[in-house]
Design a protein around this ligand. Structure first.
Ligand code: NDP
Ligand code: CU
Length: 492
């Protein structure tokens, strides 16, 4: 197609040539057809990134003042297309694409960016971008900027939502839009030809794509612990000596399950970081890709952390409601009656008072730190922190939350785990099982804190590589050698 297309915008994107020009003359002009919500978000971001923007409306006079920033010009559709040097965004609903047919000749030779999303998941329909390409054969249609919500466009959120998917049949135009997306602060992903456009359009319709694995993991853990507690506390005692504990099913069993799930899930947030560190130490480089399962696990830590937070919050609410139960009242009255009958005046046990207070205090502190972690994982809050602050909160405080939750569980268990009565039917208590993963993580973390390992890991993360990776003719690692554009995961 138009092979001369890339150069003008790319040259302007680099803006080297035009540095001496006044700003208004050197910024590339981008056209946007449509003056709706998406157009507004896009225009704000484009002007923020140094582009000049002309919005094309069917009735410019109807566009209220203040809707667009002052630096954005709102003109007629024709004027906007005329002003746009190369790139014109079609920020209108696909049903109205045909209304632009009269502008076909004006759009010839320009790059027409289709930003539309699909409204339904269909396997047989032509994509909106393919329809647009059919309507405007003389323009280069590029599909892109999907998955990004209008909000993310404005804020440039620092998480997965910064990724934009791009595809086109014209590689020059695609390169231009990829560069444009980069300059707008996004991480564009080239998905090839326009055949990929339907997938891109449908991507926003797929609900919670990154939550499937974490939710499934949490669900499996919940079913496992609930089943285990049901077996140990309810079913086996009933079968063994007809003890009826079924009343515990809706509340007590759930409240025993939730902390176990929360603790294991929280350990699963920090375990992959340790595994990644072990990989880097073992390989002596950070430029070798982690196995896919580890990559995937690392990318799901935020979701696992938030699910752990949810379980902890529910556990806190359930625990506060325990005393409101009828069963709690009856148990207290029965205990008081037995005590009176036994002639015991004072049932104060100093050790148990300490145990309960320490257990509660660790639990409350752990929950507080977890809340802080959950809040800072929100993009809008995380963006306000610099890299060091974010690492301190997510890694330092994260381990503090894990340590406090583990101590909460240990105080709960106290010395009970050492008595034979804790193993009815040879089954250990659920909390002992739940303690295994966090203990592995905490011990592993302490192990990695050994100075020789810490120093080696720090060196590797600064780019040092073990000699086995040095090229034969180049004895300086990282010298003239090109770094692999691979995993560069430092936050472990
Ligand atoms: N990539 C992404 O993640 C997102 C993509 N989108 C896509 O952006 C497009 C626009 O969405 P959005 O801004 O929310 O929609 P709006 O309804 O807010 O705006 C659509 C605009 O299209 C213009 N338009 C042009 N021709 C017509 C016509 N014949 N009839 C009606 N309106 C027309 C109107 O502007 P005027 O009256 O000034 O001409 C109108 O303001 C859609 O295709 C949507 O799928 C939306 C959100 C996110
Ligand atoms: Cu608890």
């Amino acid at each position: 197609m138009q092979s001369d297309m890339t150069m003008p915008l790319l040259a302007e994107c680099a803006s080297d040539l035009s540095k001496s020009l006044p700003r208004s003359q050197r910024d590339p002009v981008i056209g946007i057809i449509g003056s709706g919500d998406f157009s507004r978000s896009l225009a704000i971001r484009l002007v923020g990134c140094g582009f000049r923007v002309v919005v094309g409306s069917r009735q410019p006079s109807r566009v209220a003042k203040g809707v667009f920033p002052d630096r954005v010009e709102v003109r007629s559709q024709r004027e906007a297309i005329h002003a746009a040097e190369r790139v014109v965004f079609a920020a209108i609903h696909p049903e109205h694409y045909h209304s632009l047919v009269g502008l076909r000749e004006m759009l010839a030779g320009k790059v027409l960016v289709d930003v539309s999303n699909a409204t339904t998941l269909t396997s047989h329909k032509q994509s909106n971008a393919e329809t647009l390409a059919e309507l405007f054969p003389k323009s280069s249609v590029v599909k892109g900027f999907n998955v990004v919500s209008a909000w993310a466009l404005q804020t440039g959120a620092h998480d997965g939502s910064r990724q934009v998917l791009i595809c086109s049949n014209c590689s020059d135009s695609k390169a231009m839009v990829l560069e444009l997306a980069r300059r707008m602060g996004f991480s564009p992903v080239d998905l090839g030809s326009l055949c990929a456009s339907r997938g891109i359009e449908e991507a926003p319709l797929i609900l919670f794509p990154s939550w499937g694995g974490p939710i499934l993991t949490t669900l499996i853990l919940f079913i496992f612990f609930y089943g285990y507690i049901f077996l140990r506390h309810i079913l086996l005692p009933y079968l063994d000596h007809r003890e009826n504990n079924f009343y515990q099913l809706p509340l007590v069993t759930v409240n025993q399950t939730l902390p176990a799930v929360a603790l294991v899930t929280l350990a699963l947030v920090y375990l992959p970081g340790l595994v990644a560190a072990v990989f880097q130490l073992g390989r002596g480089t950070k430029y070798k890709r982690f196995p896919c399962w580890l990559d995937c696990w690392l990318c799901r830590r935020k979701q696992l952390g938030l699910l752990s937070f949810l379980c902890t919050a529910l556990h806190a609410v359930y625990s506060m409601c325990l005393t409101l139960r009828k069963a709690a009242g009856y148990t207290l009255l029965n205990a008081a009656y037995h005590q009176v009958k036994a002639g015991i005046e004072n049932s104060w046990v100093e050790q148990l008072v300490w145990r309960a207070d320490l257990y509660l205090s660790c639990g409350i502190l752990g929950f507080g730190v977890l809340t802080l972690l959950a809040i800072t994982s929100l993009p809008s809050v995380g963006n306000a922190l610099n890299w060091r602050e974010f690492t301190f909160v997510q890694s330092g405080l994260g381990y503090a939350a894990l340590a406090l939750s583990t101590m909460h569980t240990l105080f709960f268990g106290w010395d009970f785990a050492f008595s034979p009565g804790a193993y009815p039917y040879y089954l250990p208590p659920a909390y002992l099982l739940a303690l295994i993963p966090p203990c592995i993580v905490l011990v592993g973390r302490l192990f990695l804190a050994v100075p020789c390992l810490t120093l080696r890991l720090a060196k590797i993360r600064k780019g040092w590589e073990s000699t086995q990776y040095w090229p034969v003719n180049n004895q300086e690692p990282g010298g003239s050698r090109e770094a692999h554009p691979q995993q560069n995961f430092d936050d472990v």
